[in-house]
Design a protein around this ligand. Structure first.
Ligand code: ATP
Ligand code: MN
Length: 538
C-alpha cells in the first residue's frame, strides 16, 4: 500500500461549525485501516483488504438525493423526480444539526482532489464520521502531493455523517437518510446512510452540473482506457453493464472506471483516483486485475467471509451489490496521469436481458444520439421461481440519476464532440445470448473482450455491405465476422433457434424504446428520431 508522508498540520473545523472531540487530519491508509479494526468496525480479509459493512444501505438511495433550489440552480437544473428540490433554509438548518451531531466526536478529515486534469482540478475536503468512509475517500479521490497540501484551499466540502438520522417531519427530507447538494455553499451533505457510493456520486453529480455549465466540458458516466497506439476508448453504460470490468483490460492502460470529462482541449480526464468494482461472483481466472487489486488498502463492502478471512464472492446474503474500492495504483497497467486524447472509439454497453440486441454493432451518429438519450439496459425481475421476465430500464445519458441538467444538454455536447473528433460508436450487448434471461446465458466475457479488441484494432473492417449486415429491427450494423468469436454468436436471432420467439421479444423491447423516447421526441431532430429501432410490434 502506498504510504503517504505523515502530516503534522492540524486544522480547525470551527469554520464548518463543528466542534469535534478529535480531528484526525489526513491519516494514512494504514492508520485508517488500523483504527477501523480497533473500533471493531471492520475485519481484515486474507488478502489484507479491509472488509466493512455499510449498514442499512448497501446501494445509493436516488429518492433521497436533493439539490438546493436557489439563484444558482433554479433556472438551470432539470427539476423532477431525479433532481428533487430542497429549500435553502431547510438545508441550513439540517447542516447545523449534522455539524452539531459531529460535535464532541472523533472526526476524520481528508483533503483531496477531483479531476485529474490540472486545469479542471477541484480541491475537496471530506469530513467523515467513520474511519473507513475516510479511507474510501483516500482510495477514490485524487491524492494530493505533500506540497499541494501545504496551502490547500478546499472548494467543495463533503460532510458525511452516516450515524445521523434526519427527522423527515422537521427536516424536510423524505426519510432519515439524505444526500443533498448545495451549489451556493458548495457542500455535499450526506447523512443516515453509510453507503460509500453516495460520497463519490455526490461529487460526480456536482461536477455534472459545474463542468458543462461553467467550464465547457462534457461530464460522462463512462470508463476509459488507452491502447499502445495512444488511442483512447471510452465505455458508457448503466450499473452492471461492464464499465469497470471492460476498462480493466491487461492489454490497455486504464484511465478510469466510472467518471470522466471531455474538455474543449481535445482531452478526456478521470474525475477520480480509484475504482469501485462490483465483486459479485468475482474470480481470479476471469478478472485477474480486479481480483489482485483486492489487497491491503482496498476496502471490501458487504461481502461475506469465513473466520480465516476467506471471502465467498458468490454469497449475496447481504446484497447483490458487493463492492471493492481501491486506488488506481492497485492496477498495474494504468495511465499516469489519468488523461487521454479525444476518444477514437466509444462503446455503449447494455446488459440486454431480452437477449435480442446484437453483441456488437456499429452506430451511425444519429443512432448514437438516440441510444445515448435512451440509455437502455435491462434488469432481471425478482428471484421467485419461474419468474424470468426481463424489465427494460432506461436512464438518459447512461446515468440520469447523476445528471442535474436536461439530458439533451449532454447529448448535444456529445454529438458535437464526436463529430469533431471523428469518433466511432459501437453498441455492445454484454447481456444475454441464445434467449432471454432464464433461457439464454450471459455473453461470455471472453467474447465481449474479443469483440471490443477487434473494433479497436480495425479488424472489423470498413462499414460496407460485405462486412456488415443491417439488423432488420434495430437498424444497427452488425459485423458478419469477428476474430475470436464464433460467427453464430454475432447474430442474436441465430442463437435463439426460434425466429418467431426472437422477433416477438425484439418487438417487446422496441415498443419499450418507443414508449420511453416519447418524452424526448420534442427535443430530438427528425434524424435522431430515425436513429431508433426500425420496427415495432403493432
Ligand atoms: P457500476 O456503474 O455499478 O460501477 P459497471 O458498469 O462498472 O457498474 P461492472 O462492475 O463492470 O459494471 O459489472 C459487470 C458485471 O458483469 C461484472 O460482475 C462482470 O463479471 C459481469 N459480466 C459477465 N459477463 C460479462 C460480459 N460479457 N461483459 C462484461 N461484464 C460481464
Ligand atoms: Mn463500475
Amino acid at each position: 500500500m502506498p504510504s503517504s508522508a505523515s502530516i503534522t498540520k492540524t486544522i480547525s473545523l470551527t469554520p464548518y461549525g463543528i466542534n469535534p472531540g478529535t480531528v484526525h487530519y489526513q491519516l494514512s491508509p494504514e492508520e485508517l485501516h488500523r483504527i477501523t479494526l480497533e473500533k471493531k468496525m471492520g475485519r481484515e480479509a486474507d488478502s489484507g483488504a479491509l472488509a466493512i459493512e455499510t449498514g442499512e444501505f448497501t446501494g445509493r438511495s436516488p429518492m433521497d438525493r436533493f439539490i438546493v433550489k436557489d439563484s444558482v440552480t433554479e433556472e438551470r437544473i432539470w427539476w423532477g423526480s431525479v433532481n428533487i428540490p430542497f429549500e435553502p433554509e431547510a438545508f441550513d438548518k439540517l447542516y447545523d444539526k449534522v455539524t452539531a451531531y459531529l460535535g464532541g466526536k472523533e472526526v476524520f478529515v481528508r483533503d483531496c482532489f477531483a479531476c485529474a486534469d490540472p486545469q479542471y482540478r477541484m480541491p475537496i475536503r471530506a469530513i467523515n464520521e467513520y474511519p473507513w468512509s475516510n479511507l474510501f475517500v483516500y482510495n477514490m479521490f485524487i491524492r494530493p502531493e505533500q506540497d499541494q497540501l501545504e496551502d490547500f484551499t478546499p472548494e467543495w466540502t463533503v460532510v458525511n455523517a452516516p450515524g445521523f438520522m434526519a427527522d423527515p417531519e422537521v427536516d424536510g427530507t423524505r426519510q432519515h437518510n439524505f444526500a443533498i447538494l448545495n451549489f451556493t455553499r458548495k457542500i455535499a451533505l450526506i447523512g443516515g446512510t453509510g453507503y460509500t457510493g453516495e460520497i463519490k456520486k455526490g461529487i460526480f453529480s456536482a461536477l455534472n452540473f459545474i463542468l458543462p455549465t461553467f467550464k465547457n466540458t462534457l461530464p460522462m458516466h463512462c470508463s476509459a482506457n488507452v491502447g499502445d497506439n495512444g488511442e483512447t476508448a471510452i465505455f458508457f453504460g448503466l450499473s452492471g453493464t461492464g464499465k469497470t470490468t471492460l476498462s480493466t483490460d491487461p492489454t490497455r492502460k486504464l484511465i478510469g472506471d466510472d467518471e470522466h470529462g471531455w474538455t474543449a482541449q481535445d482531452r478526456i480526464f478521470n474525475f477520480e483516483g480509484g475504482c469501485y468494482a462490483k465483486v459479485i461472483n468475482l474470480s481470479e481466472e476471469k478478472e485477474p486485475e480486479i481480483y489482485r487489486a483486492i489487497k491491503k488498502g482496498a476496502i471490501l463492502e458487504n461481502i461475506v467471509m469465513d473466520d480465516q478471512g476467506k471471502v465467498d464472492f458468490a454469497d449475496t446474503s447481504i446484497t447483490q451489490n458487493t463492492r471493492v474500492s481501491y486506488p488506481l495504483t492497485h492496477i498495474e497497467n494504468r495511465q499516469v496521469p489519468s488523461i487521454g486524447g479525444n476518444p477514437k472509439h466509444i462503446f455503449f454497453l447494455t446488459a440486454d436481458a431480452f437477449g435480442v440486441i446484437p453483441p456488437i454493432s456499429r452506430l451511425t451518429p444519429a443512432q448514437a444520439a438516440y441510444h445515448f438519450i435512451s440509455g437502455y439496459t435491462a434488469k432481471v425481475a425478482g428471484t421467485e421461481a419461474g419468474v424470468n421476465e426481463p424489465v427494460p430500464s432506461f436512464s438518459a445519458c447512461f446515468g440520469a440519476p447523476f445528471m442535474p441538467l436536461h439530458p439533451t444538454a449532454y447529448a448535444e455536447m456529445l454529438s458535437r464532440k464526436m463529430k469533431e473528433a471523428g469518433t466511432n460508436v459501437w453498441l455492445i450487448n454484454t447481456g444475454w445470448t441464445g434467449g432471454p434471461y432464464g433461457v439464454g446465458t450471459r455473453m461470455k466475457l471472453e467474447y465481449t473482450r474479443a469483440m471490443i479488441h477487434a473494433a479497436l484494432s480495425g479488424e472489423l473492417g470498413l462499414y460496407s455491405y460485405d462486412t456488415y449486415h443491417i439488423h432488420s429491427v434495430f437498424g444497427v450494423a452488425q459485423p458478419r465476422e469477428c476474430p475470436g468469436v464464433p460467427t453464430s454468436v454475432l447474430s442474436p436471432r441465430a442463437t435463439w433457434n426460434d425466429d418467431e420467439a426472437y422477433y416477438t421479444m425484439a418487438f417487446k423491447l422496441t415498443n419499450a424504446f418507443r414508449e420511453n423516447f416519447k418524452k424526448f421526441e420534442q427535443y430530438a431532430s427528425e434524424e435522431i428520431r430515425r436513429g431508433g429501432p426500425q420496427r415495432y410490434a403493432f
